[in-house]
Design a protein. Structure first.
Length: 545
């Protein structure tokens, strides 16, 4: 584990005794350590990283041209030229007006050398005309091209006579046209290679991404215009992933995201059977909920989950009123609301909450005349006290041979982490045997350390070139820097993190005999949140817990 608990050994690659990171390597040699900027190993110019072994481009070229020897000026064992001088001393000699065979080298370096910033020379300096040497991406078998000139997209759009879906599967047989704008194609190809180098894509991933980019550029209706997201998504027809191309085009500033949100399509399908006046009123409600309102009464956009819940709770009442002959929400009176509301319980509370939101927004924007739920009590959701898991429910996940499942279940079972905290954990959040989370320092239990170490070894072996800084990554997120999804967390563990978290907090509550302050400090709860767990102390089924 980074930082302990034992004395760290020297780096097995460079021999440094400080800065140990993981797997026998220091933070300068380990590929997953933070990319700290430091000075060049040969000329001490500031501004290099681990990407090129802590050397600036000039010193890398110098090493290729000259053998290793003993510098006659600074006595360092380093690459020297025919005058037996290293690059730093020779640069100082040239800067002071010296020429080969001219002024004394020792006199020019008598008072030291002037240090510089790295990689400020011209990109073609030191190259011979016609040289075939190129920079490489993280894949040594794939070469970067020369940097193309900046590209500026056109501002117009070519209109089409008929809107028709393209069947890309026919292109497998007939072939695809070449890109109509070679300058845009060269610019995006270089942007793709740069993005691939920064995110550690493999050779096969880069090859398929370049193939998909060429296909999309060849099918453009307006050559030179930003690529539309719907055009890129058509690559799914021929089993090419469009998600990586969306990221590349967005980073290059050439993406026109014309996708319709999934919640908008769901909303249209959900209200399709309602009368047109009612659909028009609900579309106004959806617009305010999804986009917010900058005109009085002002409101902020709400999440997609909130929109789905409120409409789903309201739909039974809306369909009941339509069946009763109502075509608009302006016709709804308190008597109509009372006729459709359930008698009691959670169904009454949820339907009332959904309808109250719909009528409150429409009344505020003067779409309806009154809110018929103003004087009607619908109650609240009945509380559900947290309960422990059955005995042995976590055994298989905790001892799973899958490193991700074992590490995730251990973190939740011992330290009660939420799914959002697991998703956003970074590699740098765990060091010295402790987890640093939300301004808290949590000493990790020994079983948790063992399983995290196993997961880190698997992660390093499975995705050695990934640039994703998060602790937990998947096959998809390894190619970018986004966190994994909540579904991946739940699917990997096999149990929801909330159920495991509640089981752990209840266990600690009984062990501490109801000490609420203790569980607040251990698990980051508020007092009101801790009181919810306190209701389990008197539960008859947990008296012998």
């Amino acid at each position: 584990m980074p930082g302990g608990p034992h004395v760290p050994p020297p780096c097995r690659r460079c021999g440094r005794a400080e800065g140990y990171y993981s797997a026998g390597l220091c933070n300068r040699c380990h590929r997953h350590a933070p990319q700290a900027v430091t000075a060049c190993r040969d000329c001490h110019a500031w501004g290099v990283t681990r990407t090129h072994q802590w050397l600036c481009s000039a010193c890398r070229f110098w090493r290729k041209q000259h053998p290793v020897g003993n510098c006659t000026v600074c006595t360092a064992i380093i690459a020297v030229n025919s005058e037996q001088t290293c690059r730093l001393c020779w640069t100082q000699f040239l800067a002071s007006g010296g020429r080969k065979g001219g002024a004394d080298l020792l006199e020019a370096n008598r008072f030291g050398q002037q240090l510089t910033l790295a990689n400020l020379h011209h990109a073609n300096a030191g190259r011979k005309r016609g040289s075939s040497r190129h920079d490489h991406t993280t894949d040594p078998g794939l070469e970067r091209r020369a940097v193309p000139p900046p590209f500026r997209s056109v501002v117009h759009r070519q209109l089409v006579l008929f809107e028709a879906e393209r069947d890309l599967r026919r292109g497998r047989v007939c072939g695809f046209p070449a890109p109509a704008d070679p300058q845009m194609a060269a610019f995006l190809d270089q942007a793709l290679l740069d993005h691939a180098a920064d995110h550690g894509w493999s050779r096969s991933t880069i090859k398929r991404a370049r193939q998909g980019m060429a296909i999309v550029l060849g099918l453009q209706d307006t050559p030179g215009a930003p690529l539309q997201a719907t055009e890129i998504l058509q690559l799914q027809q021929i089993q090419l992933s469009p998600l990586r191309l969306l990221d590349v085009c967005a980073a290059a500033g050439l993406l026109d995201d014309d996708r319709e949100p999934a919640v908008a399509r769901w909303f249209s399908d959900a209200i399709a059977d309602l009368p047109e006046p009612m659909r028009r009123e609900l579309r106004h409600w959806y617009s305010v909920m999804a986009l917010g309102s900058t005109a009085p009464p002002r409101s902020k956009p709400r999440s997609e989950t909130t929109i789905r819940l409120y409409l789903r709770w309201s739909l039974p009442a809306l369909k009941f009123w339509v069946a009763a002959g109502h075509t608009s929400l302006r016709e709804i009176a308190p008597e109509n609301v009372k006729a459709v509301l359930p008698e009691s319980g959670n169904p009454r509370a949820t339907m009332g909450q959904g309808l109250r939101c719909v009528f409150r927004v429409l009344k505020a924007h003067r779409v309806v005349f009154l809110n018929p739920l103003n004087r009607i009590r619908t109650g609240t959701h009945p509380p559900h006290p947290p309960m422990p898991l059955p005995a042995g429910a976590l055994h298989d996940a905790f001892h799973s041979p899958d490193p991700a499942q074992a590490a995730l279940s251990a973190l939740v079972a011992f330290h009660a982490l939420r799914s959002g905290q697991l998703r956003n954990l970074l590699l740098t959040d765990i060091h010295s045997g402790r987890l640093h989370l939300d301004n808290r320092t949590i000493p990790l239990a020994q079983p948790v350390r063992e399983r995290i170490t196993t997961w880190l070894s698997y992660r390093d072996q499975r995705w050695p070139h990934t640039a994703n800084p998060h602790l937990f990554i998947s096959k998809r997120s390894a190619l970018d820097t986004d966190p994994v999804g909540v579904e991946w967390i739940t699917r990997s563990i096999g149990i929801t993190t909330q159920a495991i978290r509640e089981d752990r907090i209840i266990d600690e509550l009984f062990a501490s005999e109801g000490d609420l302050r203790r569980i607040c400090d251990l698990f980051g709860l508020t007092i009101s949140g801790a009181k919810r767990y306190a209701t389990t102390l008197g539960h008859p089924g947990l008296s012998t817990h």
